[in-house]
Design a protein around this ligand. Structure first.
Ligand SMILES: [Zn+2]
Length: 380
C-alpha cells in the first residue's frame, strides 16, 4: 500500500491536470450534448488504459458509460462495481463565474468535488495497480452515469442489474468532511407533490362562493411539518410552493413540493401512507398526491464489512478513516437496498458540493486513489 501511495503522490500534478480537463468540460444533467461531450473525454481515458468501454445510449439524458477492466481475464471470478456520475448541478457557462483554478492547496470549479475528482481517482487507482503489477483477481466494472443529480431515473435499472452480479459496490461520491470520512449510511429520499384544487371566486363580490386553494395548502403544510422527527431521522420539508393568479381572485389551484427523508424503510411507508390519507382542511377542497420515496435508505449493516476493510487499508497508509451517516441520497442507496455490500463517499476530499465554493483538497487525491486501489484488490 505504501509503495502504491508513493507512486500516486508522484502523479499528483497529473491528477490535478486531468481534474482541470474534466471540470472544464461542463456537464449539467439536463444538457445531453454537454454530458455526452464530457463522457467522450472520460471514455477515451479508459480506452487508453485498455479497458473495454460500452456506451449505454439515452435519448434525452447523456449516455451512460460502462467500463469493464479485467486485466487477469483468465482468473476473473466475481465482480466489483464502482459507481460514479458524469453529470453536475451547474449549467453550461458557470465556468465563466467559477473557473477551474488552483489556490491554497485546493482545486476549485463546478463539479470538481461532486464528483469529477472521484472520476480522476478511479483512473489513477487503476494506473497505480497496473504500475505495481498488483492486478485485481476480480472483474472491475465502472459505471459512469449521466443523471445521478436528478434522481437516476434512466440509470437505476442499469445500476441495479450490475450490482446484482457484484460482490461489492464502491461509490465515488465526495467524502464527508475535511478528514475524508466515508459514508456508511444514508437516508432514503423522496419527493411528494401535493396539488390542491379549490374554487375560484371574486375576492370582493362573492368570496363566500370560493374555496381558497392557497389557504388549504398552508393548512396542510402546518400539518405535515409536524411529522418531522429529526432524532428518528425523519424530515419533511416543503421546498417549493406555487398558486394563485391575482390578489382579487380566490385561488382555485395551488401546489407544493415536499422533500422527504427517512432512515428506516418502515418509516418511508408510513409517511407515504399519511400523505395519501390527508383529509381536506377546508370543506370542498380537493387534494391530489403525486410521487413518493425514490431512493431507499442505505443502512449501515450493508456497509460495515467494507468499511472495516477500508479502515484497515487506510491504517496501512497511515490514515485514520472515519465514517459518517448523511441525509443526502446517492446511487449507493439502490445497491445497498439490494443487500449488496456498499461503501460510499470514497471519492475526493473537499468542501462546498453544489455551491460556488466547490473545491477538492489536492493533497488528498493520491491517498484516496491508493485507498480505492486497495479496495479493488480486496473488496468482496
Ligand atoms: Zn454526486
Amino acid at each position: 500500500m505504501k509503495s502504491v501511495l508513493k507512486w500516486l503522490k508522484s502523479r499528483e500534478a497529473e491528477m490535478t491536470r486531468l481534474l482541470g480537463r474534466f471540470v472544464r468540460a461542463e456537464s449539467p444533467s439536463f444538457d445531453k450534448a454537454a454530458v455526452d461531450r464530457f463522457g467522450r473525454i472520460v471514455a477515451s481515458e479508459w480506452k487508453r488504459r485498455g479497458a473495454s468501454v460500452t456506451l449505454v445510449r439515452q435519448a434525452e439524458r447523456g449516455d451512460h458509460i460502462r467500463v469493464e477492466w479485467s486485466p487477469r481475464r483468465a482468473r476473473s471470478n466475481g465482480q466489483i462495481l464502482v459507481l460514479g456520475h458524469l453529470d453536475t448541478v451547474y449549467d453550461v457557462g458557470t465556468l465563466s463565474r467559477m473557473p477551474f483554478r488552483l489556490s491554497r492547496g485546493r482545486a476549485w470549479g463546478p463539479g470538481a468535488f461532486d464528483m469529477k475528482g472521484g472520476l480522476v481517482i478511479a483512473l489513477f487507482a487503476v494506473d497505480a495497480l497496473a504500475a505495481a503489477g498488483q492486478l485485481p483477481e476480480k472483474r472491475v466494472v465502472f459505471l459512469w452515469t449521466s443523471d445521478e443529480e436528478i434522481g437516476s431515473e434512466t440509470s437505476r435499472a442499469l445500476i441495479e442489474r450490475e450490482a446484482r452480479r457484484s460482490d461489492a459496490v464502491l461509490v465515488l461520491e465526495p467524502a464527508a468532511g475535511l478528514d475524508g470520512r466515508v459514508k456508511t449510511s444514508r437516508k432514503g429520499v423522496g419527493e411528494i407533490e401535493l396539488i390542491v384544487t379549490g374554487r375560484a371566486a371574486h375576492a370582493g363580490l362573492n368570496p363566500e362562493d370560493g374555496i381558497n386553494a392557497i389557504e388549504e395548502i398552508a393548512l396542510q403544510i402546518g400539518r405535515i411539518s409536524r411529522w418531522n422527527q429529526p432524532r428518528r431521522g425523519i424530515t419533511v420539508n416543503a421546498g417549493v410552493i406555487e398558486g394563485g393568479t391575482r390578489t382579487n381572485v380566490v385561488p382555485d389551484r395551488a401546489h407544493v413540493l415536499v422533500d422527504l427523508r427517512a432512515t428506516r424503510p418502515g418509516d418511508m411507508l408510513v409517511l407515504e401512507r399519511k400523505f395519501r390519507a390527508l383529509p381536506a382542511a377546508i370543506e370542498g377542497a380537493k387534494l391530489e398526491i403525486r410521487g413518493g420515496f425514490n431512493r431507499p435508505p442505505m443502512e449501515r449493516k450493508n456497509s460495515s464489512v467494507l468499511y472495516a476493510k477500508a479502515r484497515a487499508l487506510a491504517t496501512e497508509l497511515g490514515v485514520i478513516l472515519g465514517e459518517a451517516s448523511v441525509g443526502g441520497g446517492s446511487d449507493g442507496n439502490f445497491t445497498a437496498a439490494l443487500g449488496v455490500p456498499t461503501l460510499d463517499g470514497l471519492g475526493a476530499v473537499g468542501e462546498g458540493a453544489h455551491s460556488s465554493g466547490e473545491n477538492v483538497v489536492i493533497g488528498k487525491l493520491a491517498e484516496r486513489a491508493a485507498l480505492l486501489a486497495g479496495l479493488l484488490n480486496s473488496a468482496g
